[in-house]
Structures are given as structure tokens and as C-alpha cells.
Design a protein around this ligand. Structure first.
Ligand SMILES: [Zn+2]
Ligand SMILES: [Zn+2]
Length: 409
């Protein structure tokens, strides 16, 4: 749908008279008519030109367009029928009947108002639990002053003298086939059958005005970022008694400090240290509702392991069923160690791999500049454990892990 300015399309200014607009239109229409202009975009251009003329040649529509832009004339949904050309197959007077007639039929037909879209930003919790929000909406409504009639209250709306009130006039046309009569929309009243003595000062005759309204939106629990809530009939008012458009509330959800979201599951990252991972631990996990829940991390839990706390996620938007709280384990290796921790971990390292000390010795202490006194006391750990070094279930190792866990926590 073209949204270019209608005046621009016809190459006229906002002050130009109806006659000037008409002349500009004829010139443009001749230039871009698909029968003559074989450029690929000629037909599209031609449609645009028609659409612009439809609006600007109709004083009521032009007034609406001047005040409300494309929204005031329903975004320019004037799809012109092209059958007129098939019948006449030529140019000249045909333009008059073609556009006058179709325009006349259109101007009286009820048209649905255009839709509006507005964005609301929600806190993570508000999207999860649902919330009632008051929002400000700027929309086109029936003019409150003239109730849509377009006349200044107290002044007359007269029956059109040109068409006698029926909105149509008979015209004699000349074409390549000879003369014939054609019924067209009345040029005086644009098919409405009435004329206004004095236009309403609020809407300048358009019958509509833009107003700011406060509207309450019920955001349902479980809504997701990027979803829209439809408020039926809360959009712009329709013309000629057509129904109003809808108002769509586009939801933008702010991220949470602790949780992430995957559909209706809450995602939480649980940091634990290496000793807790090896020995197992009970941890308090926060929930979105505020209180905590206890999660048992079993012994031997690997980094990246996932645990599910059933039913502690977010309500499904349709059925209220709750998703899960999914906990991802982040095993954190301590970056800094105090003396006790270092000693315990060295003990563990040798317990897990009796060659540990030697590798360290080769890699670290092969440098000649290192003082002999800094060598680790290998004897301290020698022959301490003859069991399978990877079997963490031996009593001695358990004691060691526990001491490490205490030292790290
Ligand atoms: Zn008014
Ligand atoms: Zn008339």
C-alpha cells in the first residue's frame, strides 16, 4: 500500500485548487497509463496516482487527509476497478466518467477504520503474572462537536441542488463509439446528496477528529516478548458508518536480572564450586514468585547439567498450565586459592593421579632459575593411597573432598 504523500504523487501543493489538482492528475494519468507507458513500474505508479486523486478530488476526504494523513482516509485502500478501460479502450472524456463514477460509489460506502498499534514495555514478572495497564492512545474518533455530520452545530445541512439529493447525476459522454449517457457521482456533493452551509470548526467538515484516550489493557499472564494484545474496535473510527479498526498492543518484555525464559520455562544458572559438584549439595534456588525452593544437586554433577523443578515456571498463556524452572549447573573453578585450599587441592590432585606431582615438577620446575628450596615436598604425598585414584568413594577421599568443600565455601 502506497504511503507516499498524495500531494507529492500528483506534484501539486496543499494550497492548489480542485481544478489544478484535476489538471495535474490528468497529465500524470496520461503519462503513466499502462497502455502507453511500458515501464515496469508504470502500473504501480498509475494506481498511486488514481489513489491520490480519489482522495484529493473529494473535498471531505481531502479535509480528512489534511488533518489525519493516510489514517484519515483508511490508508488509501482505494483499489480502482480497471474495467472502464476495457470497455472504452481509449482516452479523453473517459477519464471523467471513470473516476467520477467509481469515486462516487466509494465515497458513500461504509469503510472500516484503520488499525492502530501501540507498544507497552513490561517488567519480566508482569509478563509472567499478567497485569492491567492503562495506556494513552491517540486515535481518530467521530467529531464530538458535530457528531460526524461535518456541519457547525445549528447550521443547516441542505439537500444538494445539483443532484437533488440522490448523489448521482446523468452525463452525456462522447467516446469512440458515439454519444451515450452515463450516471456519475454528483460533482457538487461527491455523492453524499447533501451540502454543508458552514463546516464544523472543530473538524473543518471532516466529521472526525483525533483525540487522546486512556484505555485499560489486560495483559494476560504468560505473554511473551513480541506478542500483541488485540483490543477489538479500539482503533480509528470507520467512515460512512463503517466499523472501527482494532488497537493492537505490542508487548516488549524487559529482561530479568536472574532468570531467562524459554517459552513457558524459567531458566536459572546455579553456580557451585568443584567440591560441591563432586560431593553433591543442597542449594536454595530463587523462584519468580519470591520464595526459594531447595534443589538437591547429586554427587558427581557435571558442569552444564540441567535439573527441572516441575511447575515453577510461567503460566501458559492459553491454559494456565505452568512450565518448569530449569536449573543449569555452572561448576566454578576457584580463581584464587589460600594456602589451605591449595594444600587440599594438591592432595586431591595426587589422590586422583599419582603422577600429578611429577608432571608439575617437570613443567614448572624445569626452569634453572628456580630455587631448589621451592620444590614441593614430594615425599609428603608418596604412597599415601594405593586404591584406584578415580574412585572418589573411598573414605579417605571423601574426607578429602569434604575438607576441600569446607575450605572453598
Ligand atoms: Zn465536527
Ligand atoms: Zn449532489
Amino acid at each position: 500500500m502506497a504511503q507516499t504523500d498524495y500531494y507529492e504523487i500528483l506534484g501539486v501543493s496543499r494550497q492548489d485548487s480542485e481544478e489544478e489538482i484535476r489538471r495535474a492528475f490528468r497529465k500524470k494519468a496520461m503519462e503513466y497509463h499502462p497502455d502507453r507507458n511500458k515501464e515496469p513500474d508504470a502500473e504501480e505508479k498509475f494506481k498511486e496516482i488514481n489513489e491520490a486523486y480519489q482522495v484529493l478530488s473529494d473535498s471531505t476526504k481531502r479535509a480528512q487527509y489534511d488533518r489525519f494523513g493516510h489514517a484519515g482516509v483508511n490508508g488509501g485502500s482505494y483499489d480502482r476497478p480497471f474495467d472502464g478501460f476495457d470497455v472504452f479502450g481509449g482516452f479523453g472524456d473517459i477519464f471523467d466518467s471513470f473516476f467520477g463514477d467509481a469515486g462516487g460509489r466509494r465515497s458513500r460506502a461504509p469503510q472500516r477504520g484503520s488499525d492502530l498499534q501501540q507498544q507497552v514495555t513490561l517488567a519480566f514478572e508482569d509478563a509472567a503474572f499478567g497485569i492491567e495497564r492503562e495506556i494513552d492512545v491517540s486515535r481518530v474518533e467521530i467529531c464530538h462537536e458535530c457528531s460526524g455530520a461535518g456541519n457547525e452545530p445549528g447550521t443547516a445541512i441542505n439537500t444538494c441542488g445539483t443532484c437533488g439529493g440522490n448523489g448521482q447525476v446523468r452525463r452525456t459522454q462522447r467516446s469512440v463509439f458515439g454519444q451515450f449517457a452515463q450516471v456519475t457521482s454528483c460533482p457538487t456533493c461527491q455523492g453524499k446528496g447533501t451540502t454543508i452551509e458552514r463546516p464544523c470548526t472543530v473538524c473543518r467538515g471532516a466529521g472526525m477528529e483525533r483525540r487522546n484516550r486512556k484505555t485499560v489493557v489486560n495483559i494476560p499472564a504468560g505473554i511473551q516478548d513480541g506478542m500483541q494484545v488485540r483490543l477489538t474496535g479500539e482503533g480509528n473510527v470507520g467512515s460512512n458508518g463503517g466499523p472501527p479498526g482494532n488497537l493492537y498492543i505490542l508487548v516488549d518484555v524487559k529482561p530479568h536480572k536472574v532468570f531467562q525464559r524459554d517459552q513457558f520455562d524459567l531458566l536459572y544458572t546455579l553456580p557451585i564450586n568443584v567440591a560441591e559438584a563432586a560431593l553433591g549439595v543442597e542449594k536454595e534456588i530463587p523462584t519468580l514468585e519470591g520464595e526459594t525452593t531447595t534443589l538437591k544437586v547429586p554427587q558427581g554433577t557435571q558442569h552444564g547439567s540441567e535439573f527441572r523443578v516441575r511447575g515453577r515456571g510461567i503460566s501458559h498463556i492459553n491454559n494456565g498450565r505452568k512450565g518448569d524452572l530449569r536449573v543449569f549447573v555452572d561448576v566454578q573453578v576457584p580463581g584464587k586459592l589460600n594456602g589451605k585450599q591449595r594444600k587440599l587441592l594438591e592432595e586431591l590432585a595426587i589422590s586422583l593421579d599419582p603422577n600429578y606431582g611429577k608432571v608439575v615438577e617437570e613443567e614448572i620446575y624445569s626452569n634453572d632459575s628456580v630455587n631448589e628450596n621451592q620444590r614441593p615436598q614430594d615425599q609428603t604425598y608418596a604412597d599415601e593411597d594405593h586404591e584406584d585414584p578415580l574412585d572418589g568413594k573411598s573414605d579417605r577421599d571423601k574426607g578429602l573432598f569434604d575438607r576441600i568443600k569446607d575450605a572453598l565455601s
